[in-house]
Design a protein. Structure first.
Length: 385
């Protein structure tokens, strides 16, 4: 009975089709509710910065069943894309444009925006002053750091501590987890901890109070680390399906975690794309105190509206949350849409979902806190062979 049901949403086009290596995890959009702006990473124009009020004005309504198709390369009907008056583009690097944006994240007080970029052989993170970005001040860069000698292959995940505003964690492709601190006095990033390499590690998140870093394995088992990467408690997988792969995790509250799973290789275009309800789902697990048992709820009514035109799109699954409102965003590139679950939708389900077309879209859902309406955002981009 606790399966989410989704109705409709809104979309807003901010960028054309984006191309990414499907082995790389991505997170290309963040929203600052504190400052009322959205940041979206594009490959050709840099960082798009736009006020949330502009999206409220120009977003288009979508229903659960899409009745018209938009060519991803056709921007003739997407007037918002060419409107330079409200969208400001900040280049990531003035001297080297071969770097591609991979991951955006805001620190806990939303004063720092981190942008992770990559070229064929190197990784780089750039920290920006959010206020200066919004005010379009040129010297908005706080500092940058290269990871070329310290990370393996790809980056799986990056997350700022929700309480400590200068601390973030990063997982590389070899399964090593690092914690870094930004020194505001000398404006440098320094390593503060590292776990041993473990190729079974899939993703990470922070506890709501920022005291622990959670690392999930591909089977859904989890380990809790302190901020100095000292190992604490560990929990076995709560998923009864041993063939499923954990692709993301959120710590919701107390001992309740939300896992994203896929049942098969999401890059396998031979799969029947209409069966995404069988291939992708969310699992909520509440672990009993001092026990390794858990109560679980499975949400599989998440993906729909996949047609033959999507068959050339490589799949990628991702989600994140806005901590204050506990809103979860889910995305799947094969079906080219994003779902939004409200915090109460997990028990019992009540909210709504958003879906997109095969292009770069923004999505929002209104939510209330202290009787004030807020807008929350997430983004989706598609890939081709």
């Amino acid at each position: 009975d606790n399966v989410a049901s989704f109705k409709a949403g809104h979309s807003f086009t901010v960028a054309g089709k984006q191309y990414y290596d499907t082995s790389q995890s991505i997170n290309l959009l963040v929203s600052s509710n504190r400052y009322g702006h959205v940041f979206y990473a594009t490959q050709n124009k840099g960082l798009a910065i736009l006020p949330s009020s502009y999206i409220d004005k120009n977003s288009k309504h979508l229903t659960k069943t899409l009745e018209e198709t938009v060519d991803a390369d056709d921007t003739a009907n997407n007037d918002n894309v060419s409107d330079e008056n409200d969208i400001y583009y900040a280049p990531f690097m003035s001297t080297n444009n071969s770097y591609v944006p991979i991951w955006l994240a805001l620190n806990s007080d939303e004063t720092i925006l981190s942008v992770l970029l990559s070229d064929e052989n190197n990784w780089m993170i750039i920290l920006y002053d959010v206020i200066k970005l919004i005010q379009m001040i040129d010297n908005s860069t706080l500092c940058s750091m290269s990871f070329s000698d310290s990370v393996g292959g790809t980056i799986h995940s990056l997350a700022w501590n929700p309480v400590i505003n200068n601390l973030f964690a990063l997982m590389d492709g070899s399964g090593s987890v690092y914690t870094y601190e930004y020194d505001t006095n000398i404006k440098t990033i320094k390593n503060s901890g590292k776990s041993e390499q473990n190729e079974d590690n899939a993703c990470l998140c922070w506890s709501p109070k920022g005291k622990h870093l959670v690392v999930a394995n591909y089977d859904g088992s989890i380990q809790l680390y302190e901020t100095n990467m000292k190992l604490g408690n560990a929990y076995p997988t709560a998923n009864p399906n041993s063939s499923a792969i954990c692709v993301n995790i959120l710590w919701l509250s107390a001992k309740t975690f939300l896992f994203g799973y896929c049942n098969s290789d999401i890059d396998d275009t031979e799969n029947n794309l209409d069966n995404n309800e069988e291939n992708f789902y969310l699992l909520s697990a509440t672990y009993e105190k001092h026990k390794n048992t858990s109560k679980i709820l499975i949400y599989n009514d998440l993906f729909f509206d996949v047609d033959s035109s999507s068959s050339d799109i490589q799949g990628r699954y991702f989600f994140s949350s806005i901590t204050d409102w506990k809103v979860i965003f889910c995305g799947l590139t094969k079906s080219a849409k994003v779902n939004v679950l409200g915090g109460n939708e997990l028990s019992p389900p009540i909210d709504r979902a958003f879906e997109g077309l095969q292009n770069g879209y923004l999505f929002y859902v209104p939510t209330y806190k202290d009787l004030k309406l807020k807008k929350l955002f997430f983004g989706l981009q598609c890939n081709e062979d």
